[in-house]
Design a protein around this ligand. Structure first.
Ligand code: WQD
Length: 328
């Protein structure tokens, strides 16, 4: 199989590339290296530097001939999308449309979208299944829903099929430590906790401990990036077997609270990890947990690596390796 990963040098993309390369597929990586790392691009991958906002470059690379395209090149910071909507429009909407129209023009018939639980917004019921109402509460979630809707139309109008994978909270790193990229100035919980453990951030601000949850802190569905990556391989096989369009959640179905993540990190890193309990972050739901029954049934997918221990252990290993490299 020849698979082209847009955003393939990023956190999710590098793990997805690894899974395809390990089964001897031909992997192309298209990335502008704005956040992805060239050092994480697998030596066996074909690398194409480019930006999804550059329509001509996108069509040029798509025209090389690919069995499936995977789009992992969107910006993903929900908070930032509310402050810089134009940045998210130009990349997540216009850039994504460049990929879709480019596929149609270049005759690429199979497309996998990295989508997000953010399309659902405030949960009306839990666990959230794929039929849950789609009312995104941030512009980032809207951009994902917008592209899902566009894919639906092209699948009707052209010889074109897609799978949309709605990730919940992606976390963790390759268990063999082959991925070393670290996000600069992260906002997500687990990288922030790791920075406090490393001593490069004074403390964790816990956004609210008065939620209606077991310990009062926010609960999320953390899913290991290797589980997510394996989901992309299963989705590609699904499409190439002609099994048709599909939208599925990829979540561990296990909710973990901020406090549980903090306690697990303190136990694994043996660091104090100072925490300060502050006000809630606007827009945060108390709890967001997936039902992944559809992915399990249709794709045979399971979240095997997504325990709190594995997620924290694999992340901590990367942060420690990074610190040793910086001291060297
Ligand atoms: C997790 C929990 C916070 C930071 C976001 C995007 C979503 C998706 C995943 C792309 C919440 C709490 C966090 C901190 C804290 N992105 N927290 N202190 O908000 O669930 O989802 O990332 O697909 O679209 O919205 O992830 O890691 O920011 O927060 O207390 O410094 O940790 O309140 O309960 P979130 P998160």
């Amino acid at each position: 199989m020849k698979v082209l990963l847009f955003g393939g040098a990023g956190y999710i993309g590098t793990h997805v590339a690894l899974e395809f390369i390990e089964r001897n597929d031909t992997v192309g990586i298209f990335d502008n290296l704005s956040s992805g790392l060239k050092s994480n691009v697998h030596p066996e991958a074909l690398f194409y530097e480019g930006d999804i906002r550059d329509k001509a470059r996108v069509l040029e690379v798509l025209s090389l001939g690919w069995d499936v395209v995977i789009h992992l090149a969107a910006y993903k910071a929900a908070g930032e999308s509310m402050i810089k909507p134009i940045k998210y429009t130009e990349n997540n909407i216009t850039g994504s449309l460049n990929l879709i129209t480019g596929c149609i023009k270049a005759g690429v018939k199979h497309f996998i979208l990295s989508s997000s639980a953010a399309v659902y917004g405030e949960p009306a019921y839990l666990p959230v299944d794929e039929n849950h109402p789609k009312n995104p509460t941030n512009y980032y979630g809207y951009t994902k829903l917008c592209i899902e809707e566009n894919l639906k139309w092209y699948a009707q109008l052209k010889d074109f099929e897609y799978v949309s994978l709605r990730y919940f909270n992606a976390a963790g790193y390759d268990e063999r430590g082959r991925m070393l990229g670290l996000e600069n100035n992260p906002a997500n919980l687990i990288p922030v906790v790791m920075e406090v453990a490393m001593g490069i951030r004074p403390n964790l601000l816990v956004f609210g401990n008065d939620y209606d949850t077991a310990d009062g802190t926010g609960v999320r569905d953390y899913v290991h990036v290797t589980d997510l990556a394996k989901g992309h391989v299963l989705a590609a096989d699904h499409l190439l077997a002609g099994k048709g369009n599909l939208i599925v959640n990829l979540g561990s179905e296990e909710g973990l609270s901020v406090q549980q993540i903090l306690d697990t990190a303190r136990s694994i890193t043996k660091k104090p990890i100072e925490a300060q309990y502050v006000d809630r972050r606007p827009g945060d739901p108390a709890k967001l947990v997936a039902s992944s029954k559809m992915a399990q049934k249709v794709l045979g997918w399971n979240a095997e690596h997504s325990s709190a221990d594995t997620i924290i252990e694999t992340t901590w290993k990367v942060y420690e390796a990074n610190q040793k490299r910086m001291k060297a």
